[in-house]
Design a protein around this ligand. Structure first.
Ligand code: MF3
Ligand code: CO
Ligand code: CO
Length: 282
């Protein structure tokens, strides 16, 4: 996801947003499908005792076996094919040698490049049996992403997406992370517009932040990737420069799809071919 710290850099006026035709949709279908197949493949490998770097290796090899590229290897110095964000890690967790424990929840995020097009998607996974509260957070986050996606149609605005997500997440007593957002994508990994996951919030100095009412039009490609916390929404980035955690160490969940806007709604490019949308997957 895009850091809002670079909001200025990609602050979209509607005419910076690329509008794609049928070749774009074809390209995104292929890229989105491979990214989703990587996440499908992982479902049977996530269990207590397995390391996150092992899961990363499985994805790296699957991407290369399919003649594709990982978009994240080499991206701003990142060196892995996945981000694996455990428990209180919000996003950009770095795969490593630590073994999963029973009850861990994690987001695994994969971005591939197929014939120049980017497929970017993530899902939550459970190692063993998570607590009831963790399951509720994960299920709510999935529903929030889908509510955001279902708000996509020509005539609506990007703010309507954030409104749907915020209403659902906060309605369940959780908080929406504001420091990262969805993004345009296509032949570029991160491009305009920013797709924020709220309609409006007040920061701790009382400043009001309102999502842009950018019109949604056919041929736009972007991600919707809400991060939702069990505690406060505040983020801290660790000294490694990547790992973003909840400041209060509360559990965090995320799902992500890449979508295209059609004449009357949306197409999800990263739908699971096996129907493995939300855990538990077995
Ligand atoms: N896939 C992430 C996103 O949703 C971006 C990861 S960039 C990385 O936009 F370098 F951390 F991998
Ligand atoms: Co993304
Ligand atoms: Co992603």
């Amino acid at each position: 996801m895009t850091e809002l710290a670079i909001e200025e850099e990609i602050n979209a006026s509607a005419n910076d947003i690329k509008i794609h035709g049928p070749e774009g949709f074809d390209g995104m279908r292929k890229a989105g499908r491979l990214a989703a197949e990587c996440l499908d493949m992982l479902t049977e490998h996530v269990e207590p005792g397995v390391t996150t770097e092992y899961l990363d290796t499985l994805v790296r090899e699957m991407v290369l076996d399919n003649g594709a590229l990982s978009a994240t290897i080499g991206y701003r110095g990142y060196r892995h094919a996945t981000c694996i964000s455990l428990n209180h890690v919000i996003c950009h967790g770095i795969p490593g040698p630590k073994a999963l424990k029973n009850g861990d929840i994690m987001n695994i995020d994969v971005t591939v490049i197929v014939d120049g097009w980017h497929g970017d998607t993530s899902r939550m996974y459970y190692a063993g049996e998570p607590k009831v509260k963790a399951r509720r957070l994960v299920e709510t986050t999935y529903e929030a992403m889908m509510a955001g996606i279902n708000a996509v149609k020509p005539g609506a605005t990007l703010r309507d997406i954030g409104k749907a997500i915020q209403t659902l997440g906060e309605g369940q007593g959780f908080s929406i992370v504001r420091d990262f957002c969805g993004h345009g994508l296509g032949q570029v990994f991160h491009s305009p517009p920013n797709v924020v996951h709220y309609a409006e919030f007040k920061d701790r100095w009382g400043g009001i932040h309102r999502a842009a009412e950018t019109p949604i039009t056919p041929g736009m490609f972007f991600t919707i990737e809400p991060m939702i916390n069990d505690g406060k929404p505040d983020v801290k980035v660790m000294k490694d420069g990547w790992t973003a955690v909840s400041r209060d160490k509360s559990l965090s969940a995320q799902f992500e799809h890449s979508i295209g806007v059609t004449a009357d709604g949306f197409e999800i490019f990263t739908q699971s071919p096996k129907g493995l949308h939300c855990p538990p997957y077995v």
